[in-house]
Design a protein around this ligand. Sequence first.
Ligand code: NAP
Ligand code: HSE
Length: 422
Amino acid sequence: MEKKINVGLIGLGTVGSGVFKTLKDFEFIEVKKAAVRDITKKRNIEGLDASILTDNPYEIVNSPDIDIVAELIGGVEPAFDLIAAALKNGKHVVTANKELLAKRGYELFKIAGECNKVILYEAAIAGGIPLIMPLKTILAGNKIDRIDAIVNGTTNYILTRMDVEGASYQDVLKDAQKLGYAEANPESDVEGFDAAYKIATLATITFKKRIKIEKIYREGITKIRTKDMKVANDLGYKIKLIASGKIYENGRADVRVHPMLVPKKSTLAHIDYVTNAVSLTGHPVGSITLSGPGAGEFPTASSVVGDILAISAELGTSDYILPMMRCHHGTDADMVDISETQNKYYLSINANNNIGVIGKIGTICAENNISLASIVQKCVSDDNTADITVITEIANEKAMQNAVKLLEKSGYKVNSLIRVQV
Ligand code: NAP
Ligand code: HSE
C-alpha cells in the first residue's frame, strides 16, 4: 500500500478551496489541517471536516505529522515566516505567492537549500499554465533571450471586456473580483505590481540571473481609455498589459511591465479574458507560446496539486533533491533603465485646431530625433479641438519623454503615450 502523504493547507480561499476539492480525488493524500483567518466563516466546500480547521497556521508548520505545506494566503508576512519555519521543520513547501517570491524568494530558496527541502511554485506564475517545470526540464537546453507575456488574468479580462463590449473599467473590475481572479488588493493587478512579481521570477529562471523586483519598470492599465482601444483597433492593434524580458549579448537585462499596442497578427493580440500566454524566444527551440487560464479556483489548483504530487512522488525515495526542483539564482542581472530603451510609440494628442498644429508636432519630434510612421487627425470637435493620433518609428525613451514635455509646454494635451510592440 502507498504511504499516505499528509498535507497542510495554509489558506482556504479561492485557491485553497480548489486545492482541497481537487486533492479529494487522491486517496494517498490527506489534508490533515487547513489554516484560515476566520474558522467560523461559512465555507461551501463539500467534504470539509470542520475539525481540521485552525486559525493558527503555526500548528501546521510545527506539526510533526505534516509532510508538505501549501502556503495559499498571499502577502509577505506571515507567509515568509511560515514557509521558513516549515522548511526548518523538515517540510517541503508549495506556494502560489508571487509577491513573496519576487520580494524575498532569494532568502527562502537559500533556507530551502540549507534544509535540503524544496519550494515549488508553478501556480505563482500564469495560474494554470505549466511553465516552471517545462523551463527546468524539457526547455533546459535552450538559451532563451526574450519573453513576451500576458501574465495577469484580471487586467486581461478587464481590457478584453472594455475592448469587446465598451464596458466600464470599474464594472469589469468588480466582475473580476467576483470570479476570484483579482488579488485581495486589486491595485496589485491594475497597477501592474502582480505582473511585475511574476516576470521577476520568470525572467530570473529563464535568464539564470537574478532580476530584482525594484529594478523592474512598471505601469498599469488604469489610464487606458476605451477611446485608445478603438483607435488601436482601427490601426490594426490590440491593447494588452505586457510583461516582457530581454537579455542582450552583453548580459544586460531589460525587464518591464506596461500596456502595449500589440499588432493583430501577433499571438498575444488574440489572448483574451482570463487567459494568459507566455511567448519564449531562444535557441534551439525558436519561438513558442504557452497559454491557458491564468487565474481562478481550479486552474490555479491544477498547478498547486501538480507540485504537491511531484513532491509526493519523491518523498522518502532518497535524500537527493532532484535538480529540477532546486532553484539557482546565479548572479544579479545588470538591468537596463527604461530611459535607455528604444521603443515605438502611440500618442493621442488633443490640440486646438489652429494652422500648423500638425507641423509643430512633427518639428518637436524631429528635434528629438523621433521619426513619425503615421499622423492622423480625423475630425474637429464642436469646441474646435482635434484628437491627433501619432505612431512613431523606433525612438529613444528619454527623447520621447522630452518631446512629450515640449508638446505640453506648447499647449498640446498628450492624453496617452503607449509603447507599440515590434
Ligand atoms: P483569498 O481568496 O483571499 O484566500 C486567502 C485565504 O487565506 C483565506 O482562506 C484566508 O482565511 C486565509 N488567510 C489569510 N491570512 C491568513 C492568516 N494570517 N492565517 C491563516 N489564514 C489566513 O486568496 P486567493 O485568491 O486564494 O490567493 C491565495 C494566494 O494565491 C495569493 O498568494 C495569490 O496571489 C495566489 N494566487 C491566486 C490566484 C487566483 O486566481 N486567485 C491565482 C494564482 C495565485 P479566511 O478564508 O478565513 O478569510
Ligand atoms: N490576480 C492574479 C491575476 C491571480 O489576475 O492574474 C493569478 O495570479
